[in-house]
Design a binder for this molecule. Structure first.
Ligand code: UGA
Length: 447
């Protein structure tokens, strides 16, 4: 099929590369000239495991191309995916101006049937507005449009795996042609009829659910899923606080809860809380759209409040150990909002660094991938060559992102490098007993 992807951020690039990988011809469009130039030079503007190889191969084999020209992009395409950003406004609402812009242009430039699919995370009722906008801006008699919602469930760091081996594919449609086109588009994934670039087990797993709903329900599935996962995290973080008060271990509590299949162990990791460009903004946007529609989503407001208090709580723990923070040296391991990404947007690790700097702390940070992006946001951050340098001379060390490589470091060396061996394990990465036995003053999260 001929596909156009508008927006080459995480979602657009991964979607474009994966749809090309399963055999479609994909044109990715972005009005950011610099980004398109980078992509046309064979490089990537972001780090995402496996994406590099996928983009290179599909470009070379002629199934994937990049342009700044929307007219060229939508020319031959039957299906157009909207993957532009929907950043938060001051009041938490989603800024849909980029979506509106793109839809207007699609209306003006199209001269045949187009299925316009919203893939960016948008509040419920956006599909309805897209449909109205296409009608208003339709520029050609022969243009006809269908609108669909096809939310993405891609985690940064494992986005390709999530795209090619999804738990489910959700499509919100109002007409049978739209459903048929999307079923055809995803058929190789649904039937596992492609050679998986990651692993071979694809053929062995069971069928992938293809859930067809109305557009509004599909839109809600996305916001509700992210908000539910965020709720799990804030829930376990509250339990972690209680564990500290009574002397229990949240890791064991999560394990015991997770063994119940109705609950599951996933997203019950206590720590510095959730960040990234999805959960915090989606949660707020969900609360906002609910409010606009007449529902006061207090449960989610509390989830957000609990999450925001995680950083203050970490700082309090450091103060309890170090007394005065001003002029102390604190090493930070990890700056990305989670491992396997260089993304620092709404990163708890970066927020913690910022707050410590504001307290007069000399922060020495190390992250395997995110240092460049972190430095752009926080120029006063001292970025170190390796985790040992970040620990050197420190009064305390904080594990802020649970990169696997941190677990394998020589902690005896780390301890001798530090001025005082205080370790705040903000992601419960380490075995508490072992670390204590090594002579560290260990502070976990809920342990
Ligand atoms: C999230 C969802 O998991 C995806 O399904 C969704 O498609 C995506 O948002 C999106 O809306 O685009 P992502 O933000 O990449 O994906 O990352 P997650 O793995 O969900 O983690 C989010 C945050 O929660 C991270 O800061 C992570 O450290 C934190 N987290 C996660 C916890 O604090 N505890 C946990 O147990 C799990």
């Amino acid at each position: 099929m001929e596909i156009c992807i508008v927006g080459t951020g995480y979602v657009g690039l991964v979607t474009g590369a994966c749809l090309a990988e399963i055999g479609h011809r994909v044109v990715c469009v972005d009005d950011d000239r610099e980004k398109i130039a980078i992509l046309n030079q064979g490089e990537l503007p972001i780090f995402e495991p496996g994406l590099d190889g996928l983009v290179t191969r599909n470009r070379q084999e002629g199934r994937l191309s990049f342009t700044t020209d929307l007219k060229e992009g939508i020319g031959a395409a039957t299906v157009i995916f909207i993957c532009v950003g929907t950043p938060p406004l001051e009041d938490g609402d989603a800024d849909l101006s980029a979506v509106e812009q793109v839809v207007r242009r699609i209306g003006e430039l199209s001269s045949a049937y187009k299925l316009v699919v919203e893939k960016s995370t948008v509040p419920v009722q956006t599909g309805m507005w897209i449909e109205k906008t296409l009608k208003v801006y339709k520029g050609d008699q022969d243009a006809r449009f269908d609108v669909a919602s096809n939310p993405e469930f891609l985690r940064e760091g494992s986005a390709i795996e999530d795209f090619l081996h999804p738990d489910r594919i959700v499509v919100g449609v109002e007409h049978s042609l739209a459903e048929r086109l999307l079923r055809e588009l995803y058929e190789p994934i649904l039937n596992r009829a492609f050679t998986c670039p990651i692993h071979r087990r694809c053929g062995e797993a069971g069928p992938i659910p293809f859930l067809v709903t109305d557009i509004k329900s599909a839109e809600l599935i996305k916001h509700a899923s992210n908000s539910f996962l965020a709720t799990k995290i804030s829930f376990i973080n509250s339990v972690a606080d209680l564990c500290e008060l009574v002397g229990a271990d949240v890791e064991l509590v999560a394990k015991g809860m997770g063994l119940d299949r109705r609950i599951g162990r996933a997203f019950l990791n206590a720590g510095l809380g959730f960040g990234g460009f999805c959960f915090p903004k989606d949660l707020q946007a969900f609360v906002k759209i609910a409010e606009k529609c007449g529902y006061d989503f207090r449960l989610l407001q509390e989830v957000d409040r609990i999450n925001q208090s995680r950083i203050s709580q970490a700082i309090r723990k450091l103060k309890d150990q170090l007394w005065i923070l001003k002029d102390k040296v604190i090493g930070i391991w990890g700056l990305a909002f989670k491992p396997d990404t260089d993304d620092v947007r709404y990163s708890p690790a970066l927020e913690l660094s910022k707050r410590l700097l504001a307290e007069g702390v000399a922060v020495k940070a190390y992250d395997p991938k995110a240092m460049e992006k972190a430095r752009r946001q926080l120029p006063s951050l001292v970025c170190c060559r390796d985790p040992y340098e970040a620990a050197s001379g420190a009064d305390a060390l904080v594990v802020a992102t649970e990169w696997k490589e941190f677990a394998g470091l020589d902690l005896t060396r780390v301890k001798t490098l530090m001025r005082r061996p205080v370790l705040l394990d903000g992601r419960n990465l380490f075995d508490r007993q072992k670390i204590k036995a090594m002579g560290f003053e260990y502070l976990g999260m809920g342990r």
